[in-house]
Unconditional design. Structure first.
Lengths: 351, 319
């Protein structure tokens, strides 16, 4: 048996400070802290060490931590399988899958392997891996570099799934993931990496995974959302506010564990529910949220609404993309009609 | 009696135990006490017994395939716990969570069968990666069949292990059939050990029906890996003398193929060698009888255990 005794979570006395950071810098700070405080952590993936990552997120970490930060072959099965095996023997690997689309070539390790380790051995062996990846559309990206696959992972019992949308969450959620003893997939978004800087509180105790956050208060409609699309939701909410409609925006943050209580409480307040995600609506995680709310028996003023990607491949041309993905205008329009009591059906759902 | 006779007698007893357990599993499956798809390893016992003889199970880790009962028993898993696991009993080594094809016994150095062909290879590389940091001197064994050599994950694992110099021994149990299809029909070069050179690691082929030969070849690989020399690929040529799964009629085997495999099977062969080394027939019979009693008692004990409790089915999913 390997010695699975780990260091105490949340090293006490870590200095708390606030810095202006981009999302990418916040991730970098989280990785640096994890590597400093948890000697059993390893960081590896394609181009993460000497090049510092294709998006510059892991810059400087190889220099500071040497062999614990290393480049791998372009071999996603080896990266994820290697993470699982190392985790079974007391390491705490943080593996990067450069684009979430690439995880598909090694889905076996994330679905058939990592989440079974604890279960089948009844806890004798565990696989506390953190998989960092990034998802979503960006200008000019093709169909194989644009997908939002969080529902794939959220469908798998045993896998934890989080999608940070702010620099603070990029820092906090990644640390929670590394500290967590379950396999965790953290889905970042490259369009957020080098955006505006914001105040990020660093240090302090590492919290557990889970927990939704209210990003904007409002009494007319609850919008449940996650990931980068949240910024469009917040813009749409401002647009509606000018028209006298106040939308509450709830950032789910974690799909597993799901903060269902926060969703129920928010919907109970406004009695209207919209779910907005960048992923495809059909078979998406929004359907799960709507179903859970329906099963809760909450008395709604209008049927719930889902706003997401139409069931189509994601085109490359910037002019084509709004034909598939949610936009600020589509979100605002959907919310407006929901509040007015008009029937809203995502035009793409069943086409 | 030669100096190696006691070692060979130990191999003989362990191989007999594996064969006896597999025969009993076949009986229980046919009788309906066991259900599901079960893959027996009869005929391949020398690979497991020989390979494990070269390991230090207090620190080494074995990652076998779904045809893994032999690896488990060679690692020292009690037959009671194996029977009970496949029977879905509470006393099963995984309390019925793993069954025949996902049997996992970390306490014995056996870190899990894998029902996904080749998937254990990158995980074994990961176990070896941990060894590069924890100072344990652990060697990881990734064991898989000939068919797995055509899986991408295995190639990724071999390249990853080679480029990082990880202490992994890739053991190929070449039983000539990739499930139901001859490996010779599925690759241009049936000398599977030659794949190793493509990754810059040593590869070799050994008679997989000779536990002594397997043990010696394995010792070379393990010593090298433990000393920082990196991975190696060891191809053990063997044959299964049973179907791919219980109930497999094996019509894909050409006339005479199975008979030849039975004639070359390792237990009878080792008995002949031991006899030639001066071991009395009575001593071999005593071992046979001791193993048969052990198998029978273990099977009865497992059958008498209660089934796993459905109230526990959701436990151990999360930390």
């Amino acid at each position: 048996m390997p010695d699975l005794t780990l260091l105490p979570a949340g090293a006490a006395g870590t200095a708390i400070e606030t810095k202006r950071l981009s999302y990418a810098e916040a991730v970098n700070h989280a990785l640096r802290r994890a590597l400093r405080e948890r000697p059993e952590t390893l960081l590896f993936g394609e181009d993460v060490a000497k090049p510092g990552g294709v998006f510059g997120v892991t810059k400087g970490l190889h220099r500071e931590f040497g062999d614990r930060v290393f480049d791998t072959p372009i071999s996603e099965s080896a990266i994820l399988g290697g993470a699982v095996g190392a985790a079974m023997f007391g390491r705490r690997p943080i593996a990067e899958i450069m684009w979430i689309d690439f995880s598909l070539v090694a889905l076996d390790q994330l679905v058939n392997q990592a989440p079974n380790v604890r279960y089948v051995s009844r806890g004798a062996v565990t696989a506390p891996i953190t998989v960092r990846t990034q998802a979503g559309n960006g200008p000019g990206a093709c169909a194989q570099h644009s997908q939002n696959l969080e529902a794939f992972f959220a469908h798998v019992p045993g896998l934890r799934v989080g999608m940070p949308s702010t620099a603070q969450d990029a820092y906090d959620m990644l640390l929670s993931a590394v500290w967590c003893d379950d396999p965790v997939v953290v889905i970042e978004n490259r369009t957020l990496y080098h955006g505006a800087k914001s105040d990020v509180r660093l240090g302090g105790e590492v919290g557990p995974i889970g927990g939704a956050r209210v990003r904007r208060g409002g009494s007319d409609v609850t919008v449940v959302t996650w990931g980068a699309v949240q910024n469009l939701v917040l813009d749409a909410a401002e647009e509606l506010a000018a028209e006298g409609v106040e939308a509450e925006v709830l950032d789910l943050r974690w799909l597993n564990p799901l903060d269902l209580t926060a969703v129920q409480e928010a919907v109970a307040r406004t009695r209207r529910l919209a779910v907005v995600h960048e992923a495809h609506t059909f078979g998406g995680f929004g359907a799960e949220v709507v179903s859970l709310v329906a099963e809760s028996g909450l008395d709604l003023l209008a049927p719930p609404v889902r706003i997401g990607a139409a069931p189509a491949r994601i085109p490359s041309a910037v002019s084509l993309v709004p034909g598939v993905l949610p936009t600020r205008a589509k979100i605002a329009d959907g919310l407006r009609r929901l509040v007015r009591g008009e029937t809203v059906r995502d035009a793409g759902v069943l086409r | 009696m030669r100096s190696d006779t006691p070692t060979l007698l130990g191999h003989f007893e362990r191989m007999l135990l594996i064969r006896g357990v597999e025969d009993e599993i076949a009986r229980l499956r046919t009788a309906g006490d066991m259900v599901g798809s079960i893959h027996l390893c009869s005929g391949q016992e020398a690979v497991y017994v020989g390979a494990v003889a070269a390991l230090d199970l207090s620190r080494d880790a074995v990652f076998p395939t779904y045809r893994g009962h032999g690896w488990a028993l060679a690692c020292g898993v009690p037959p009671e716990a194996l029977f009970a696991e496949i029977l879905g009993r509470v006393t099963g080594i995984n309390g019925g969570r793993g069954g025949s094809a996902y049997f996992t016994a970390p306490r014995y150095g056996m870190y899990g069968e894998n029902s996904i062909v080749g998937a254990g290879a990158p995980i074994a590389a990961g176990a070896a990666l941990a060894a590069a940091f924890d100072g344990s001197g652990r060697v990881a064994v990734a064991a898989f069949g000939d068919g797995a050599l055509n899986q991408g994950a295995v190639h990724e694992a071999m390249n990853f292990a080679a480029v990082r110099g990880l202490p992994v021994v890739f053991v190929v149990e070449n039983n000539a059939y990739s499930e139901l299809t001859p490996i010779a029909d599925m690759t241009r070069n049936p000398e599977l050990f030659r794949r190793a050179s493509a990754y810059g690691m040593p590869g070799g082929r050994v008679d997989g029906n000779d536990p002594d030969a397997v043990a010696r070849a394995m010792e070379t690989c393990v010593r090298r890996a433990r000393g920082g020399g990196g991975p190696a690929l060891l191809e053990c040529v063997t044959q299964r003398i049973v179907g791919h799964y219980i109930g497999d009629a094996q019509r894909y085997r050409p006339a005479g193929d199975l008979d030849r495999a039975v004639a070359a099977e390792p237990i009878g062969r080792l008995a002949e060698r031991l006899t030639a080394e001066g071991v009395a027939a009575g001593e071999l019979d005593a071992i046979r009888s001791r193993v048969a009693d052990r198998v029978r008692a273990a099977s009865r004990l497992a059958l008498d255990s209660p089934p796993a409790d459905p109230a526990t089915a959701l436990e151990h999913l999360y930390a």
